[in-house]
Write a protein that binds this ligand. Structure first.
Ligand code: PRP
Ligand code: URA
Length: 207
């Protein structure tokens, strides 16, 4: 399943990211807001439990509780780090694991440089965060690692996706849930999303 956030406020935020005049500090601030909105959408139907809590009337109340210990947030280095604060703001008690990979700009294939995932993740719902879903190679690789570790649910949060990337990811793992703020037109011959944001990592980190 993939869901595009169909909301003019979100569109206006993504369009601020597209603007070449948006400086890195503002780019990062907007990325944080969009990440929170994506996480909110993804958690709309998250598993919850009920627990009795005391409230001001002196009676107890059946509260809704999201068990954050079942959640692991996984930013894909480096640009995914730009989404981490926003998602953690909503889920401060979730576990965080980082995945290090970069895309070889000639082959467009991901090259791994950091993976310290635990051997089994069967008790964990994994939330992968990466602002760009371009060819889909990086997220497909990440999903494969999580499936190998039996993560019981996988969710992907991306700011901008290409149709090609969504198709590839859904073919790799039809069972996962993908939330994106904007579905763009296409990839160019260099594997960049058009219209896209340019190099998201460079813009977030001012490099
Ligand atoms: C970008 C982006 C994704 C990947 C998307 O990272 O953050 O991880 O490219 O491309 P794909 O869908 O074609 O795999 P990049 O390799 O530029 O590294 P960076 O985050 O370190 O800048
Ligand atoms: N990585 C980016 O940062 N942007 C793209 O459009 C594709 C890959």
């Amino acid at each position: 399943m993939h869901k595009i956030i169909d909301n003019n406020f979100v569109k206006s935020l993504v369009d601020k990211l597209r603007h070449t005049g948006t400086e890195p500090a503002e780019f990062y601030r907007i990325t944080t807001i969009i990440s929170q909105i994506l996480a909110y959408e993804a958690l709309r139907n998250a598993e919850f439990s009920r627990a009795s809590i005391p409230i001001w009337t002196g009676n107890s109340y059946e509260a809704t509780i999201i068990d954050q210990r079942k959640l692991v947030i996984l930013p894909i280095l480096r640009a995914g780090i730009g989404m981490l604060d926003g998602v953690r703001h909503l889920l401060p008690a979730a576990q965080v694991q980082v995945l290090g990979m970069y895309r070889n700009e000639d082959t467009l294939k991901p090259i791994w440089y950091y993976n310290k995932l635990p051997e089994s993740m069967h008790t964990l719902h994994a939330i992968l965060i990466d602002p760009m879903l371009a060819t889909g190679g990086s997220l497909c690789d990440a999903v494969r690692e999580l499936k190998r570790r039996d993560s019981y649910q996988i969710t992907v949060l991306s700011i901008v996706a290409s149709p090609e990337g969504i198709k590839k990811l859904e073919a790799e793992a039809p069972e996962i849930n993908i939330f994106v703020a904007a579905l763009d037109e296409k990839l160019n011959e260099n594997g960049y999303i058009i219209p896209g944001l340019g190099d998201a990592g460079d813009r977030i980190f001012n490099t």
